[in-house]
Design a protein. Structure first.
Length: 369
């Protein structure tokens, strides 16, 4: 159905901003395979994250970037990957694409990140080999890379960080950090992604995994994917980076306005990630006494699009119904209460007020029975 207030209005660069970069492609006649635009793009992201050019690997999508990083981490050996169930299902698909089996663990109730105590407990109790640990930065929430690097060093199990929405919050560490440039992310280009890793050897291996297993010669020295970013995607990415300072400020300001408007609504809690001053493309609230399903049904009648962003957890997706898992009480609770509200840079004051008014109406109607 058509909504008066859609869930998202992605903001990508306008055509006139992209055209100069497309003209470069026409002039170069270089369309893929690490062309000039892709190489300059790596340098721009390296500057953004304060790493060297060689520590950045551009990818055709964030999901494929995760698969590449997990394949490199596991050295292509089968086994388990410890990961949260409370994440988008693409994370679990990437695990499978890397030749691993997801083992779902619970998250911390406050941060919504993978519980390290449960990771250590699983490592002590599981009989199957664990080849990798996948930690997720939920909805772009800043994740302390150092504690995950320390866990990898302590356990000897490689860690990969899924920071899909973390373009404004991610930190580079020894463990690979994967960022999505999908249209729904804060810095969107349509489809694309990047991996950053301070470990030069691992970064080189990641590059190889995204280039058919080739290193310096056209010889497959190991398994690989075709994970390269095309020059056309790089062109959009350059234009997006040109516009990023203004977009970044706008997204931050809109989140502050939304948070202020909803701060006094009885019956909801603002999630921890909303308090961080980072650019985001989503805005979630926690329903205290009502269910997400009921809220979705009501808001649809009001022509306001909302979403249960991560559905009910990966373990409840049919594709992963038989995947091994531990107890997931926090995940199940969050899945039933976390509601994604409409959010975009051009969400105006009247729309914010209407969302608030209808949310309050839903809560009051529910309480009245």
């Amino acid at each position: 159905m058509d909504y008066d207030i859609p869930l998202m209005r992605p903001t990508l660069p306008q055509a006139d901003m992209i055209m100069p970069y497309l003209a470069e492609i026409d002039s170069n006649r270089w369309y893929s395979n690490y062309g000039p635009l892709e190489q300059r793009l790596r340098s721009r992201f390296a500057d953004m994250f304060s790493v060297e050019y060689q520590n950045i690997v551009m990818t055709s999508s964030g999901t494929l970037g995760l698969a590449m990083a997990l394949r490199e981490a596991s050295a292509g050996e089968g086994g388990l990957c410890l990961m949260p169930s409370f994440t988008f299902v693409a994370s679990a698909h990437a695990v499978v694409a890397a030749g691993l089996t997801p083992f779902f663990l619970d998250v911390e109730p406050e941060s919504w990140t993978l519980d390290q105590n449960l990771v250590l407990e699983a490592l002590d109790n599981l009989s199957q080999p664990v080849r990798a640990i996948l930690a997720v930065a939920p909805f772009g929430t800043p994740l302390d890379i150092e504690i995950w690097d320390e866990l990898a060093a302590k356990t000897g199990i490689p860690v990969v960080i899924d920071s899909a929405a973390g373009i404004d919050s991610a930190q580079a560490g020894q463990s690979p950090v994967v960022i999505s440039l999908h249209a729904t992310k804060p810095l969107g280009i349509g489809e694309g992604g990047l991996i950053m890793c301070r470990d030069r050897n691992r970064a080189e291996a990641l590059f190889q995994h995204g280039n058919f297993g080739f290193r310096e010669k056209r010889l497959a020295e190991g398994a690989g994917f075709n994970g390269k970013m095309s020059e056309y995607s790089a062109a959009v990415a350059h234009a997006a980076l040109d516009a990023w300072p203004e977009l970044r400020c706008g997204l931050r300001e809109r989140a502050v306005q939304f948070r202020h408007a909803l701060s006094n609504v009885d019956g909801i809690s603002l999630v921890p990630e909303s308090e961080k001053d980072v650019a985001r493309s989503t805005f979630n609230v926690i329903l205290r006494d009502t269910s997400v399903e009921a809220a979705k049904a009501f808001m649809q009648t009001q022509r306001i699009e909302v979403r249960q962003w991560w559905s009910r957890g990966c373990h409840r997706e049919p594709a992963f119904a038989n995947a091994p898992k531990a107890a997931l009480s926090v995940t199940n609770d969050l899945a039933n209460r976390v509601l994604g509200l409409p959010f975009s840079i051009d969400l105006n004051a009247q729309e914010i007020a209407r969302i608030k008014r209808k949310l309050v109406e839903f809560i009051e109607n529910t309480r009245a029975g």
